[in-house]
Design a protein around this ligand. Structure first.
Ligand code: NAD
Length: 459
């Protein structure tokens, strides 16, 4: 790993210019690799999860990867151009430019929940920005990691991209390499360790972390529409999604209707959940036990299963369960859930709901359902979260024209599309002086002309 890093670093210093043709070729490689390997990669993911349908992998991983590549191929050439920046009249006729340059070697650390898209997404941005890339795959999705490493080795020169496999000790060593930028996606707890490991090298980090993303259901929301979207977001990948709705804030009088609609929704979209071919399983025993542990600590009358099926420790199938207004100090409300368990927290006034959110760490995403623009605007204005969807969940992550990232404990920095290109570039400011200019008037000895001029400027 160290030798490979040193090699990439040396290449990035001796061959710092990566033209558009080379960058486009990397994006083509990525596209061909995914086209050729999509079925085997989806199979490997399913095998790591115990089961995940290929349709879900297509929808949540392959689709945003392919569209991200197309977006970068369409715009990358113009993003990398040196561009004029405006200049104050006081410095004219000089002019300003911004010259994007590759940073060098970018490290990418991938979690297990969407191991394909969360490797490919950052790779698209880093390669479009002309960098060389090292990717550390998650040890919790080992079959996919191995298949991905093989595919990358086949389609890429090791001078551009290489993949690192291994357990947590390797991940720790990886995070200590003196990358020119390190993007880490994973939990907030490990994110703190990554930042500490990067600090001695002054390696800049992008931390794509997690947290509890709330949904506010306003009193004028169309409940059926809200349930439809919230359930989509909570059942996708069995809730193992960083921007899945973590809990819902709802007024008490709408609670039972919300639950009824959710049960009907499950019946319609995931009938016969024990053998449903569209519903994912939980990644491993540790995650399964963690979430079941949260449920075991709650009073039985707070648990509202949406189906008749029980969770199965053998197959790690976990059907969705609502939790009725749990104690905010309970584990289910103290930790990111990351599974198909959804607390419905009751609020009285919109101010109470906003205060509840603001009393907790800044969420990665926030969702609001309702029709009254004044209330929606109030939620947008008085809360701070990584991103927001209005009358929708999750889809902001798929917008290549929007930056994606967290804020506070949910992350540092954003990527995707142009924001990602700039994240992995040095946006170098250049001041270009004109042949004839007024700078000599500012030299000492400071005479009358200088003094009069300064008096005018400082007025
Ligand atoms: P994790 O933090 O356990 O692991 C992520 C990566 O960190 C793995 O590759 C692992 O090898 C590495 N790692 C683990 N311990 C390490 C250490 N001590 N030093 C260095 N590296 C170490 O996260 P996870 O369980 O794989 O993923 C789930 C978390 O990721 C959730 O919190 C979720 O919200 C978050 N997430 C965030 C996003 C986002 O885009 N913001 C996307 C997906 C997941």
């Amino acid at each position: 790993m160290q030798a490979q890093f040193s090699r990439l670093q040396r290449l990035s210093r001796t061959q710092p210019i990566v033209d558009w043709a080379t960058r486009a070729e990397q994006l083509d490689n990525l596209e061909t690799m995914l086209s050729d390997s999509q079925h085997s990669l989806a199979k490997a993911i399913s095998s790591d999860f115990g089961y995940r349908s290929e349709s879900e992998t297509q929808f949540a991983e392959l689709f945003p990867s392919f569209t991200g590549i197309s977006h970068a191929k369409k715009h990358g050439k113009s993003w990398m151009k040196t561009r004029r920046a405006s200049i104050s009249a006081l410095y004219m006729p000089a002019h300003n430019e911004i010259q994007p340059q590759p940073l060098g070697v970018v490290g990418i650390m991938v979690p297990w929940n969407y191991p394909l898209y969360l490797a490919i997404g950052p790779m698209i941005d880093a390669l479009t920005a002309g960098n060389r890339v090292m990717v550390k795959m998650s040890e919790a999705a080992p079959k996919f990691a191995e298949a991905f490493a093989k595919a990358v080795a086949h389609y890429f020169s090791p001078d551009m991209v290489s993949v690192v496999l291994g357990e947590v000790d390797i991940a720790e060593a990886f995070s200590k390499l003196p990358f020119d930028h390190l993007l880490y996606t994973g939990s907030t707890a490990v994110g703190k360790k990554i930042m500490a490991a990067a600090a001695p090298n002054l390696t800049p980090v992008t931390l794509e972390l997690g947290g509890k993303s709330p949904v506010i259901v306003l009193d004028d929301a169309n409940l059926e529409a809200a349930v439809n979207r919230v359930m989509m977001g909570k059942t996708l990948n069995a809730g193992q999604t960083c921007i899945a709705p973590d809990y819902v804030l709802i007024q008490r009088q709408y609670h039972e209707r919300f639950v009824e609609l959710a049960k009907e929704w499950m019946q319609k979209h995931y009938p016969n959940i024990e053998n449903n071919q569209d519903y994912s399983h939980i990644i491993n025993d540790a995650q399964f036990k963690r979430v079941q542990g949260y449920l075991q600590q709650l009073p039985a009358d707070q648990l509202q299963p949406l189906t008749k099926a029980d969770a199965d420790a053998q197959t790690r199938l976990m059907p969705p369960v609502f939790v009725a207004n749990p104690d905010p100090d309970s584990e289910v409300m103290q930790n990111e859930i990351f599974a198909p368990v959804l607390p419905l927290m009751h609020y009285d006034t919109l101010d109470d709901a906003i205060d509840f959110i603001n009393a907790r760490p800044r969420p990665l995403a926030l969702y609001v359902f309702g029709s009254n623009n004044r209330d929606i605007d109030k939620v947008r204005t008085y809360t701070v979260s990584g991103g927001v969807c209005i009358n929708e969940v999750i889809l902001h992550v798929a917008q290549h024209d929007l930056p994606f990232g967290g804020v506070g404990h949910s992350g540092i920095g954003a990527y995707h599309g142009k924001a990602g290109f700039e994240r992995f570039s040095h946006m170098k400011p250049v001041f270009v002086q004109a042949k004839f200019n007024g700078m000599n008037f500012l030299l000492p000895p400071y005479g009358e002309l200088f003094k009069k001029g300064m008096a005018l400027l400082l007025k």
